[in-house]
Design a protein around this ligand. Sequence first.
Ligand SMILES: [Fe+2]
Length: 377
Amino acid sequence: MVTPEENELLTRIGPGTRMGALMRRYWQPVGTTGEMHGKPAKRVRLLGENLVLCRNEDGAFALLEESVPRGCTRAVYPVAELGGLLWGYLGPLPAPLVPQLDGLVAEGTIRILGSAVIPCNWLQIMENSLDAVHTEWLHGHFFEFIKESEGLKISLRKKHVKIGFDEFEYGIIKRRVLEGHTEDDDDWKIGHPVVFPTTLAIGNASPEWHEYRFQIRVPVDDTHTKHYWFGAFVLPEGATAPPHLLDRVHEYETPIFAPNGDFMLDSIHGQDIMAWVTQGAIADRSRESLGSTDRGITLYRRMLLRELKRMEDGHDPKNVIRDPACNGVIVLPLEGRKAQRSDGFEALFRRHQVRYSPIAEEILAVLRSGRAPALAG
Ligand SMILES: [Fe+2]
């Protein structure tokens, strides 16, 4: 449990807030180079500030304050390009380097980027990623219940025998042992990370099925979060892709509510969004009662407060990289054989928001054309 004051400290990220100052030390995605092609500018709301993404006189991108009082100078923030994405930085200069996460810089991949504005505070989305057991209940028992009410009997639940959370250089590695599996399986031996502060890295890393997926949570303001679902699919051996699939990041809007305003409960992302949003615009943590399976959440909160103190003591917080020699490709741990994905690539693909990508069927066709990944669904 945290006090109301601690909850305010942890969640508020607008100008002048302490957590907002920490978040301003990190590059945040604000769009893609593809969407800005032939477009002079677009409005961006980031960390409680209204900004405009545009090109300056020398053709480089920049973020400008949208409005300034008469007689005042307009703030200009740097923008960097990496992985087909545009990243904005609102912190003190000089700006650090943009971390070269493996999935962003992997060559020859098919890249997609879904996005949506989630009407809730960023922290409850992050905490959901540190709650490993939610998959068993929300995407297991609850998904089965939804399907059963449609007359379909399926089995998705996998009981957690053990969970673990280890801090590493770039964040927290999440591990689990599911019923029928052991600590020798990838779910425990390798795991997958939350990259500090606001990215969940999932996917699959076997030779026949290699896919990077990042869920990047960008605080828009205290009660809204721009959620990016980035995916990069490595072509399996023998597969070829038409050039138009490879030349840019393919963006799309991810629907998060049904046309009648209801939650979309027949997909993994829709279930997560229901869990995030129903906690309220800013979850009241002063009323919570954490259990033993919530220890990933407490570790993450401790890390936020520790890195905040480091920054306030005059140091760079975790994952602020300045030395180019330390910014080679960051290879993140990622399971190759994940028990929760045992029903195959295509079945999982169709349960996930990736299915809303306009090129979803083309991706599946390309992957099928190679040395067959586990495509049986
Ligand atoms: Fe989830």
